[in-house]
Design a protein around this ligand. Structure first.
Ligand code: C5P
Length: 230
């Protein structure tokens, strides 16, 4: 059954899903890899659509797959599908340009974080609604972190209490994300990085273990197991 989005919602979610995903091995683009028989993108979109504040979902798909991605997602939720770009940042910019008038909160969410719970979408959006221009979900870093040189010789130990592992969805006041993308220079791997360059404060909210990025075969196996528990 196709989910209904909330016409009175104030949140647009952009889903860059145009990456090749070489770290998962050869085959389909990463967002289209199967997890328990369904593409990662389907899992991700289903959970975004279940978040009550979501008004619009825009997916950036590999240019060659726009039609098939649209057909794949139509039974899941009403989505807009646009062709992505060569870099993640270009895919996000293409999706941002397709957001209709209305939503004033924009979340950017990697399709590869396919098991992200709807609650995390809501908590990031709520923090933007509460007045923060830029919000990222984070987890503490559990491993000891060393800085090394090119020869793998240890240069020092980093104080991990001051470090956070950053997830998505990252949330922004719409005007702030628009301005950051207009001013964007070299491609970065996350949108909060672009906003930081503009001098905008970025605040953290608690992330979720379920929002893991499914990047390597190990992550796929872990995600299959997690699905049996949820
Ligand atoms: O490659 P990486 O893991 O950083 O990709 C993060 C997300 O950005 C993935 O969902 C991927 O599909 C997306 N992406 C994209 N367009 C690109 C490269 C990556 O939409 N050109």
């Amino acid at each position: 059954m196709t989910a209904q989005l909330n016409p009175r919602g104030d949140v647009a979610v952009l889903v860059p899903a145009a990456g090749a995903g070489v770290r998962l091995g050869p085959g389909a683009p990463k967002a289209l890899r199967l997890l328990a028989g369904e593409p990662l993108l389907v899992h991700a979109v289903r959970r975004i659509a279940a978040a009550p504040s979501v008004h619009t979902i825009v997916v950036a798909a590999p240019a060659a797959d726009v039609e098939s991605v649209r057909a794949m997602l139509t039974p899941v939720a009403p989505v807009t599908v646009v062709p992505g770009g060569a870099e993640r940042q270009a895919s996000v910019a293409a999706a941002l340009a397709a957001v209709p008038a209305g939503p004033e909160i924009v979340l950017v969410h990697d399709a590869a974080r396919a098991l992200t719970p709807p609650d995390l979408v809501e908590s990031v959006a709520a923090a933007v609604r509460d007045g923060h221009d830029a919000v990222i979900p984070v987890l503490p870093v559990v491993d000891t972190i060393k800085e090394v040189d090119a020869a793998e010789q240890v240069l020092g130990t980093v104080d991990r209490s001051a470090l956070r592992a950053v997830q998505t969805p990252q949330g922004f006041r719409r005007s702030v994300l628009d301005a950051a993308h207009e001013a964007a220079g070299d491609p970065l791997t996350d949108d909060a990085g672009l906003v930081e360059k503009q001098g905008v404060p970025v605040v953290c909210v608690p992330g979720s273990e379920l929002a893991l990025k499914i990047t390597r075969p190990f992550d796929l196996a872990l995600a299959e197991h997690l699905l049996t528990l949820t």
